[in-house]
Design a protein around this ligand. Structure first.
Ligand code: FMN
Length: 406
């Protein structure tokens, strides 16, 4: 019977030792030249002690000229290879899988830390006052698109060589892959835009390039939006079609999330939904997806109680339970579950009362990043940490990176 402790074989043959995964969280903990720091590496060693089935890293960028956050790790060549090997070695002998999440931010790239911003089309982000932090992107040329596809593959291959045990494409949350899928962000009239076949060409080619470079036995997964939750955006029906396309290609694990910077439901859920779905945001979507694919499905967003996680698994709709924020406050979360130390995992939403900032996660995300930094420094997480302090910390990172010459 499926339960949180049961192991799980992926199509490529790799086995997850249980059904609990730490979902990707951008740690914003690289050096100013975007190498992994010892703090970042130690955080993973601590998480590995908790014995999850799978640890997915925060998004790693494929191009140092395209950053989501100032201290993202970037892997475009062998420059930081030793550090990557140390990072991958944190799970050696533990039975834990460690997958890098691979990403390009497209238009969701702050102007202060990116000289040029590229995207499928020149469509500005609609984020009220916060839009000022982003410039309108330059549409990608055909050659640039193929160059980015190639980069996804190269980054995955280097990370495999460093010792990571699988990888995940970031196809969610309004970043480049998700921009190509969206009829709002993608207004192209060539083979990359228009109908869904064209809009999904990019993700398909990214998957194929990675598979070509890492081979058939290396697990390759994707995080994808159930929908963008925007009028005229990527819909649930379209998302289901893309899942079927990727399933036919042989993808190993499909993680379901939703939302974009413009509509950040990935960390908020939908207050109008039933109580159950307020805890596991995209549950009704995954129930429908289950009927369309037999590939492994992972659900992330809102899980906080062991009973809800167990029910979702036993119901058969999903194969892996993903959690993000709780791992920042309970680094040993899986062993806490299996030893019955905790049945519930609180993950607060810190605020400072400035609406634009609070709404966009301008306080919440750095607050959780700071908890990760504490874990990486060998300290205990601190639930009473000040939201204002976290916000100042994020400004400092932006400022220092804006002065840094790549
Ligand atoms: C600090 C922080 C950073 C995040 N960075 C990423 C990321 O790099 N990639 C990603 O796919 N999701 C990212 N997320 C979203 C989480 O993976 C997850 O989808 C979301 O937090 C909902 O899950 P939860 O309710 O268990 O936290 C981030 C979330 C937080 C709080």
């Amino acid at each position: 019977m499926k339960n949180l402790a049961s192991s799980f074989r992926l199509p490529s043959g790799a086995v997850l030792q249980n059904r609990i995964a730490k979902s990707a969280m951008s740690e914003n903990c690289g050096t100013l030249s975007n190498a992994p720091t010892s703090t970042l590496i130690r955080a993973y060693a601590e998480w590995a002690k908790g014995q999850p089935g799978l640890l997915i890293t925060g998004n790693i960028m494929i191009d140092r000229q395209a950053l989501g956050e100032p201290r993202n790790v970037v892997v475009e060549d062998y420059t930081h290879f030793k550090r990557l090997q140390q990072w991958a070695a944190t799970v050696k002998g533990t039975g834990v899988h460690l997958w890098p999440q691979i990403n390009h931010p497209g238009r969701q790239a702050f102007s202060s830390i990116n000289k040029k911003v590229v995207a499928p089309s020149a469509v500005p982000l609609q984020m009220g006052g916060a839009s000022k932090m982003f410039r309108t992107a330059v549409p990608l040329t055909e050659d640039e698109i193929w160059n980015i596809i190639q980069r996804f593959g190269t980054t995955a291959r280097i990370l495999k060589e460093a010792g990571f045990t699988g990888c995940q494409i970031h196809g969610a949350h309004g970043y480049l892959v998700s921009q190509f899928l969206s009829p709002i962000a993608n207004q192209r009239t060539d083979q990359w835009g228009g109908n869904l076949t064209n809009r999904s060409r990019f993700v398909l080619e990214v998957y194929r390039e990675i598979r070509k470079q890492v081979g058939p036995d290396f697990p390759v997964g994707i995080k994808i939006n159930s929908a963008d939750f925007q009028r005229g955006g990527f819909t649930e029906e379209e998302s289901m079609e893309v899942i079927q396309i990727l399933s036919r290609e042989g993808i190993d694990l499909i993680e379901i999330s939703g939302g974009t910077y413009e509509k950040p439901v990935m960390v908020k859920g939908d207050k109008k939904k039933s109580t159950l779905e307020r805890e596991a945001y995209f549950l009704s979507y995954i129930e429908k997806a289950r009927r369309l694919t037999n590939k492994p499905l992972m659900l992330t967003g809102g899980f906080r109680t062991v009973g809800v996680m167990e029910n979702a698994l036993e119901g058969g709709q999903l194969d892996v339970v993903g959690l993000a924020r709780p791992f920042c406050l309970y680094p040993q979360l899986p062993t806490d579950i299996f030893s019955q130390k905790h049945h519930q995992f609180h993950a607060p939403i810190p605020r400072i009362g400035i609406k634009a900032l609070d709404r966009l996660g301008g306080v919440e995300l750095p607050w959780y990043e700071l908890q990760i930094h504490r874990i990486g420094k060998g300290k205990q997480p601190r639930p009473t940490l000040s939201g204002f302090w976290a916000f100042l910390f994020s400004l400092r990172g932006m400022f220092l990176k804006s002065l840094w010459k790549n």
